[in-house]
Design a protein around this ligand. Structure first.
Ligand SMILES: Nc1nc2c(ncn2[C@@H]2O[C@H](COP(=O)(O)OP(=O)(O)OP(=O)(O)O)[C@@H](O)[C@H]2O)c(=O)[nH]1
Length: 312
């Protein structure tokens, strides 16, 4: 043997040994009869089904997860008919009733006249890879959620507020519904921190955030921390008088907690000042002036002695 080709001129038995010693599972399907001409014995170790139980394409299709079956079968048949090599990921049923992620890599063998003769391929166990992918996707979702959450209070953060506000503004324009927004600022919170310490201040912010989520009880009501000791509530499909009631409820909920606030200029307990605005926006209206008005009203509430609501 002098050439590389002759060195590689392996006999059938050697090929078989090689094929059956890989982790990938080789197989061959005769196109005319749709019967398995061959499947590697490794299939039994992977899926538990006996090598001889893989007789027809039907056996293969029936051992695919019901959610993956239609597309996997249709895709593989269409690609094969078109003579295109392809690969498909699907969940295969093992004998215990569990599913294993498989990547089937398929090569279409043609006759001299171009017709499909057979399909040959390898099945790879990709369950480990899928597990890693799923873990990564879950981590990504968690990260995304965290990036929209205020780390201290657990309510939405300013970034999330911006997104939800834009969405609800558009909804209100489209549906010609009133939209109300409340901005709440804890009164004399600097003195609170000075008197009780920053950590107690943090606990207080958490308590207030929790109470606000109680007040914003409809499914689309939305609470966010707007800044340090400022919170904001978006109340879709809510007119001014309804929003005023919710603002009063927020004040009452916080007052009824009797959170001691020795440094307050207002009274013995923690209070909030609230600015409120309502609009049924036209689609040409901008969000920013609407929010600026709320901000101004909140400061008016401060100027009027705090612990009050300003809505016009
Ligand atoms: N503990 C704590 N304090 C915060 C946090 N964010 C902002 N603050 C404090 O909130 C206080 C806000 O003070 P100011 O803006 O002067 O307002 P105020 O004392 O509440 O006075 P008025 O709003 O006029 O009633 C500052 O002392 C900030 O340090 C936080 O995450 N934790």
């Amino acid at each position: 043997m002098t050439t590389i080709e002759s060195k590689m001129d392996l006999d059938g038995a050697t090929y078989k040994t090689l094929l059956e010693s890989t982790r990938a599972i080789p197989w061959k399907i005769d196109w005319d009869t749709m019967q398995f001409a061959y499947i590697g014995p490794q299939i039994e170790e992977l899926l538990g089904w006996d090598q001889s139980s893989w007789a027809t394409v039907q056996d293969w299709a029936e051992r695919i997860h019901p959610e993956d079956r239609d597309w996997a079968v249709n895709f593989c048949v269409a690609q094969s008919k078109a003579g295109i090599d392809h690969e498909a990921d699907y969940r295969a049923l093992n004998k215990n009733g569990d599913f294993v992620w498989i990547r089937d890599v398929v090569h279409v063998v043609r006759k001299d006249n171009g017709d499909v003769d057979s399909l040959v391929g390898f099945m790879f166990d990709i369950s480990e890879r899928k597990r890693t992918e799923e873990q990564l996707a879950a981590l990504r979702r968690e990260l995304e959620e965290l990036s929209f959450k205020d780390g201290l209070t657990g309510v939405a953060n300013r970034r999330r507020f911006d997104v939800v506000m834009e969405t609800e503004w558009s909804n209100a324009c489209r549906n010609k519904q009133p939209l109300s927004v409340l901005m709440l600022d804890i009164d004399c919170f600097k003195q609170y921190n000075d008197h009780y310490g920053h950590l107690e201040g943090d606990q207080c912010l958490k308590r207030v955030a929790k109470l606000l989520t109680v007040a914003a009880k409809r499914p689309r009501d939305f609470v966010a921390r707007f800044g340090g000791e400022e919170f904001i509530l978006i109340l879709p499909d809510t007119n001014q008088s309804e929003a005023y009631k919710i603002a009063s409820h927020c004040r009452e909920l916080i007052a009824s907690e009797h959170i001691p606030h020795k440094g307050s200029d207002v009274g013995k307990y923690l209070t909030v000042s609230i600015g409120l605005n309502t609009a049924t926006p036209e689609c040409s209206d901008e969000v920013i002036p609407f929010i600026e008005t709320i901000d101004k009203r909140m400061y008016q509430a401060k100027q009027r002695g705090r612990n009050t609501i300003v809505s016009d």
